[in-house]
Design a protein around this ligand. Structure first.
Ligand code: HEM
Length: 180
């Protein structure tokens, strides 16, 4: 997984567990001392072990931690890729255009990175529906990112997951509806 995810994981661990949080979860997850840098790729297993260690330490289930982490990383992602984000977009537009405008560029610029495929539809101006498929099955991160994007734009949204890969679906269908 992309190094930016690990840089954000460190900030997330420290914010939830205090200054020593990162070192503690690296120890818990059996990784030991390691420096992650944003321009490199790292094994997915390490991200999962770190997130699981955070989940154990804060006593919350893994999907809860994944969702919180998704929300947490949005400001960092937006900062790093702001050149790709059109100034006229709102939260639903950013989600709708992530696949063609953002994840596709991440794949080209970072050949090791494999952001998930998001198929999007826009049933109305007030709703965007994503169909998420990824072997990582991290739809909780997707829901957290959607929350974080809404927060970034100061918009109120309702997020609902209609089908989920973790319950046997072939994809996760997640709707984000604007509340006016
Ligand atoms: C500013 C917007 C965004 C940027 C810059 C961005 C970038 C990235 C990057 C760099 C990764 C790591 C991929 C890897 O290392 O293989 C990633 C993963 C991911 N992205 Fe995005 N993303 C954005 C928006 C979104 C949105 C709107 C969603 C869903 C609604 C989303 C869903 C995910 C998920 C769930 C992952 C975790 C990996 C997986 O499930 O396979 N992203 N994204």
């Amino acid at each position: 997984m992309h190094g930016i995810i690990f840089v954000e994981l460190k900030k997330f661990a420290d914010s939830r567990l205090g200054n020593e949080g990162w070192n503690e979860v690296l120890k818990d997850s059996g990784i030991g001392q390691k420096m992650y840098i944003p321009i490199q790729e790292y094994p997915d297993d390490e991200a999962v072990s770190i997130l699981s260690a955070i989940s154990t330490r804060i006593g919350r289930p893994l999907p809860y931690v994944l969702e919180e982490f998704g929300e947490f990383i949005v400001p960092g992602l937006i900062r790093m890729y702001k050149a790709l984000i059109k100034p006229e977009w709102g939260a639903l537009d950013l989600v709708e255009h992530t696949e063609q405008t953002i994840h596709s560029v991440v794949r080209i610029k970072n050949p090791g990175a494999k952001p998930p495929e998001l198929k999007c539809s826009r049933p109305s101006q007030d709703e965007v529906v994503i169909s998420y498929t990824s072997p990582r099955k991290m739809c909780a991160i997707a829901k957290g990112i959607m929350k974080g994007v809404a927060k970034h734009y100061n918009e109120q949204v309702l997020i609902t997951e209609k089908t989920c890969m973790l319950s046997g679906g072939s994809s996760c269908s997640i709707s984000m509806r604007l509340i006016k």
